[in-house]
Write a protein that binds this ligand. Sequence first.
Ligand code: COA
Length: 275
Amino acid sequence: MTETNDTATYRVENRIAWVSFNRPEKRNCMSPRLNQRMYEILHELEYRDDVGVLVLTGEGSAWSAGMDLKEYFRETEAKGMGATRQAQREAYSWWRRLRWYQKPTIAMVNGWCFGGGYGPLYSCDLAIAADEAQFGLSEINWGILPGGGATKVVVDLVPMRDAMYHALTGEMIDGKKAAEWRLVNESVPLAQLQARVVALANVLLEKNPVTLKAAKDAVRRVKEMTYDNAEDYLIRAQEAANSYDNDGRKEGIRQFIDEKSYKPGLGAYDKSRKG
Ligand code: COA
């Protein structure tokens, strides 16, 4: 299923939703219209049964060149504070929706990724970049600090010295360096990027979807907790997951202990069978 002709598009194929920034002529920079459309798309896809993983990528040479300096900054600021706050809410709300998305998400970074683009990059659970992709906190080059979450993203993901260097110099790093810094999980040559992302998505598609959601939220949530709080949260989170899927883990145990048909250390149980 395909939807076209907009600032953002999607198609669903083999349980993967491919969502694209679709302003290649503007290097996929994020205008208010694009931000509104992305929110709508996330909403449309989130609970569809035929979607197991969402991949966020960009049409053309860019993943996203960050916020649209003309439409997001200059034009909304000219309309006053109300319009500015509205535009910020629209951007931040789809990034937040993506951060806590029901399905696991992968950023497939095919090209330029600047400034505001770090928001959705961070929102995706996993990120695979092309070696050829270029990442930069370009804000310093045009006279603002890396806002819209970008400073928080680099401080959360990369060591302090690298974060500071990145924010103050505005120098770009390529996909390989981004992987070395842990801004992304790994980088591969552009020609192999899609195949690598499909392989990763297929690994996720084998897992129990209720467990995936519980696990991805847990990884984000426990980061800011004390050990004791995390221990308690994880007990509650698993029990809450059991209320949606009480049979899954029992089946996982059964196939290993009784049936001996798989080993959890080596792969996922067959979730199509219910014992
Ligand atoms: N905001 C507004 N317009 C942008 C944009 C942005 N962030 N990024 C690209 N564009 C527009 C350009 O103005 C140009 O528009 P035009 O065709 O009407 O002149 C078009 O997209 C193509 O950009 P161009 O600069 O010609 O492409 P390029 O491939 O030579 O360079 C970049 C690509 C990404 C290096 C360059 O466009 C750039 O530096 N963009 C700004 C990146 C940035 O600072 N983003 C941070 C915002 S928080």
